[in-house]
Design a protein around this ligand. Structure first.
Ligand SMILES: C[S@@+](CC[C@H](N)C(=O)[O-])C[C@H]1O[C@@H](n2cnc3c(N)ncnc32)[C@H](O)[C@@H]1O
Length: 202
């Protein structure tokens, strides 16, 4: 799938009332419950980053647990929808940005990135995104990653999915736990993993 195909697909999906059924589908709700559990496992969250918010279905769950939260998405429509839904709480910053290019001065003690990285294009772009995510993670910070598995992503026309990205993350970060979410349909099969940045604060 080309990048133009990906953006058209994202824009089309994000125009729906409930993009990807993230609010209504019990599988997606269960997936978010697990993502939240892993996000809270490290204790209090002072400064978090959520990558790829769609219409904010997970943002509404994560935001009350964060002192500060930065939310990015490459599609302006996603940021507009999520922002409207959240009613502008002052501790959230909203930024339209590609995960590969986002370059804040600060570091985050929690980064959540789920069902996003298979949209970036090829393996080189996935690697660039992973490198950038690792760079933004504070020493000792945690990253929660989720994705459909390689096989489903390839069936959908993407280059790779969960297993490939987990392998890349394991080159730099330490995997703390991994779980599997399955629904009734063949498309509902993903992995969620929590990683820790082993670099300690100096
Ligand atoms: C399937 S939704 C996932 C929503 C949410 N993270 C979840 O797990 O339910 C994918 C979101 O990632 C965004 N996205 C795709 N490519 C991106 C990129 N390169 N940088 C930032 N966001 C991206 C899309 O616009 C879309 O809102």
């Amino acid at each position: 799938m080309t990048q133009i195909d990906n953006y058209q697909l994202l824009n089309r999906e994000l125009a729906a009332d409930d993009p990807w059924g993230l609010d209504a589908n019990p599988f997606e709700r269960g997936r978010h419950t697990q993502m939240l559990r892993l996000s809270l496992a490290q204790g209090s969250i002072s400064n978090a980053l959520e990558v790829g918010c769609a219409a904010g279905a997970f943002t509404v769950q994560l935001a009350p647990h964060c002192q500060r939260l930065t939310v990015i998405d490459v599609v302006p429509q996603a940021i507009e929808k999520a922002r409207r839904r959240m009613n502008e709480p002052p501790h959230i910053s909203w930024i339209v940005s590609d995960v590969q290019q986002f370059s804040p001065d600060e570091r985050f003690d929690l980064i959540v990135v789920a069902e996003v990285l298979y949209y970036v294009g090829g393996i080189a772009e996935m690697r660039a995104a992973v490198r950038n995510l690792v760079r933004m993670l504070a020493p000792g910070g945690h990253l929660v990653f989720g994705s459909a598995r390689d096989a489903n992503c390839r069936r959908w026309g993407h280059v790779a999915g969960a297993e490939t990205v987990i392998g890349m993350l394991n080159e730099t970060l330490s995997e703390v736990e991994r779980l599997e979410c399955r629904g009734e349909s063949v498309n509902e099969d993903c992995l969620i993993a929590r990683f820790r940045n082993p670099v300690s604060a100096s």
